[in-house]
Design a protein. Structure first.
Length: 303
């Protein structure tokens, strides 16, 4: 079974504007409200690609209730810890360029954190655990390590989509899959920006440190795959971007769904890129039909 863990879920409020005037009254032209947070996005895309998962994490208040009811409507199993306080609302402004305001999230008490750690400690060998997104400030800085240690002890495969010190710490647990974007990879190595050529040695270094499959995404510029047997590059297909929120999460889901069906690494990587781009080209996350309409346009090159 695949489990996704979102420590700080969100209701994503997508607001389209013709133009954003800072310091003035702005009126939206259309709005959308989606259950969000990186692990939740992975669960939603997996479901659309025909793969079941269970969503774990913390939810609270009416916003937390919205997330659970939307996920259940989509047929996604939920096993959240319910916390006092309110799940955050993340505002995504679309006015030509994308501007995001992510909330801080509710306080998580130690007892609630312990409940989540216990759920991870009950997973079974062969399960997959996706640890994705930021952690609320109130949680201990090593919360991801605590979860990873429990999971690895149970011989659970780890998938990591986080950044900064949490990503650095999780590398020690030899994740099955990690998906930083190129900014997150640069941050990991203390670099300001990385050119395509510079990404390659850093990517290979992470594989040497024990990451089994590494995808480094670069938005519209495509993505690299690094593994023991191959280094691959794929251009992203061209299209009209509607809402790129969740594009990276869709890549994670696309790779896992293809891998679960037994495809080659090249095919899983192409499917992953197609899923990311299909999400960028739609208002909500991608559908299976959208991914399959794009996948033949993804050219994968072996480096
Ligand atoms: N403008 C775009 N055009 C085509 N494809 C895109 C575009 N933006 C994103 N993608 C697709 O989505 C993938 C992931 O994008 P990105 O690198 O922005 O992920 P991310 O930073 O993790 O995103 P997020 O945090 O919003 O989920 C890319 O590798 C690409 O396949
Ligand atoms: O604040 P975090 O946890 O880093 O990111 C949260 C978030 O921006 O990531 C998802 C897209 O990847 C959105 O659904 C959500 O709003």
């Amino acid at each position: 079974m695949i489990y996704t863990c979102t420590l700080n879920p969100s209701v994503d409020y997508i607001v389209h504007l013709d133009e954003l005037h800072v310091g003035e009254l702005n009126r939206s032209v259309k709005t959308f409200t989606f259950p969000g947070g990186k692990g939740i996005n992975v669960s939603r895309v997996l479901k659309r690609l025909g793969v079941d998962s269970t969503a774990l994490g913390f939810v609270g208040g009416f916003t937390g209730g919205f997330i659970e009811s939307e996920l259940r409507k989509e047929g996604i199993a939920c096993d959240f810890v319910h916390v006092p306080g309110q799940t955050r609302i993340n505002v995504k402004l679309k006015a030509g360029r994308e501007t995001e305001i992510n909330g801080e999230g509710p306080m998580i008490a130690d007892d609630d954190a312990t409940q989540l750690i216990a759920k991870i400690g009950a997973l079974s060998a062969g399960d997959v655990l996706v640890l994705a997104g930021s952690a609320p400030m109130s949680l201990s800085v090593d919360v991801y390590e605590q979860l990873a240690a429990r999971a690895v002890k149970r011989r659970v495969r780890l998938v990591v989509d986080t950044s900064g010190p949490a990503l650095e710490a999780l590398l020690a647990y030899r994740p099955f899959l990690a998906k930083p974007n190129h900014h997150e990879l640069a941050e990991l190595f203390g670099a300001a920006v990385l050119t395509k050529e510079e990404i390659i040695p850093y990517g290979r270094r992470l594989v040497e440190r024990g990451v089994e499959h590494l995808i480094v995404s670069m938005g519209g510029a495509g993505a690299f795959y690094f593994g023991r047997e191959a280094t691959l590059f794929a251009e992203a297909p061209q299209g009209t971007v509607k809402n790129s929120v969740g594009a990276g999460d869709s890549m994670v889901a696309g790779f896992l769904a293809a891998w679960a069906s037994g495809t080659s690494i090249e095919e899983a990587f192409a499917y992953s890129v197609a899923a990311g781009s299909a999400t960028a080209f739609s208002e909500d996350l991608c559908t299976k039909e959208e991914v399959e309409a794009l996948v033949d346009r993804v050219r994968v090159a072996r480096l």
